[in-house]
Design a protein around this ligand. Structure first.
Ligand code: CP
Length: 316
């Protein structure tokens, strides 16, 4: 089985079989990451460009690590210090990079659709590392992988995404991916931070955290983008924390132990209390570790499509 597209642009529209293939492949690579020698050769001879037009710690580092673990040659590009600051367009930047014979491009961009645009103008495989408020597919995949490893299956798993759903690419990728995999997805947040037609997404909607906590197995807590406060979408960080901050006091009201997730970076004691973030319920650092395995899986599946390689173990 292969992925239907030679790019990873979004989780919306991907089939259950494709998502399962990625998650199963990630499981093999997670095992490779536990070995004393973590490097395998499937992408030897391939060159990958990481183009980050927006800040990133986790995604950029884990893509770079994943690429090096698969033996690819890696070049990295950030806006600061590049000719983008002199006004060069995305298309010209990409074409110049491709003229250097790049095989794959990982791109993060503030504009929704930037990876889709690139996929039409260059020959390389394109991987979306987060585009505006649209999607963050590898974050969605690593969240699903973490939940599947922790709970055994995504089928019927009850997951609530908490926070600023309106502006969140993480929420969109999680909703599309989890629903395709058979999970029961809900969202919870302040009304001004909820998309107008959210019910059409096939999720349950809650406006009170206390109401949803007893109903779910896992909470995926989104970062509050502090700049939203200036636009008047919620009154104060203190008030946000009071009503939507995920704390031990609130989660202890659940009958069972809840899995606590966060894509990072965390505003401690705003959307998530510091003690809960560091508690035995939190899988936040597992998400980060799994991010490397999931990105290895995507790079492997896209980079070896059409080649003789059929399993990570074959090249290990
Ligand atoms: N989760 C996430 O995308 O983090 P970074 O912005 O640090 O990459």
């Amino acid at each position: 089985m292969k992925l239907a597209s030679r790019h990873l642009l979004q989780l919306e529209g991907m089939s259950k079989e494709e998502l399962t293939l990625i998650l199963d492949t990630a499981r093999s690579f997670r095992e490779v990451l536990e070995r004393p020698i973590k490097k395998v050769p499937p992408l030897q001879g391939k060159t990958i460009a990481n183009m980050f037009f927006e800040s990133s710690t986790r995604t950029r580092l884990s893509f770079e690590l994943a690429e090096r673990r698969l033996s690819a040659d890696v070049v990295s590009f950030t806006t600061a210090g590049s000719s983008v600051s002199k006004g060069e367009t995305l298309k010209d930047t990409a074409r110049n990079i491709e003229a250097m014979k790049i095989d794959m491009v990982v791109i993060r961009h503030a504009s929704a659709g930037a990876p889709h645009f690139l996929s039409r103008v260059v020959e390389a495989n394109i991987i979306n590392a987060g585009d505006g408020q649209h999607e963050h597919p590898t974050q969605g995949l690593l969240d699903m992988h973490t939940l599947r490893e922790k709970h055994g299956t995504l089928e019927g798993l009850r997951v609530c995404i908490v926070g600023d759903i309106l502006h969140s690419r993480v929420a969109r990728s999680n909703i599309h991916g989890l629903k395709t995999m058979g999970a029961e997805v809900s969202v919870c947040g302040p009304r001004p931070l909820m998309p107008r037609e959210i019910e059409r997404w096939g999720v349950k909607v809650y406006y009170r955290l206390e109401e949803v906590i007893p109903q779910v197995d896992a909470l995926n807590v989104l970062r509050i983008q502090l700049e939203r406060q200036k636009s008047g979408l919620f009154p104060s960080l203190r008030e946000y924390h009071r009503y939507f901050g995920v704390t031990r006091d609130k989660t202890e009201k659940a009958e069972r132990s809840l899995t606590i997730m966060h894509p990072g970076p965390i505003n401690r004691d705003v959307e998530l209390s510091a003690d809960l973030a560091d508690s035995e319920h939190s899988v936040i650092l597992e998400q980060v570790t799994n991010g490397v395995a999931v990105r290895m899986a995507i790079l492997y599946l896209l980079g070896t499509t059409g080649s003789a390689a059929t399993s990570p173990e074959k090249g290990a």
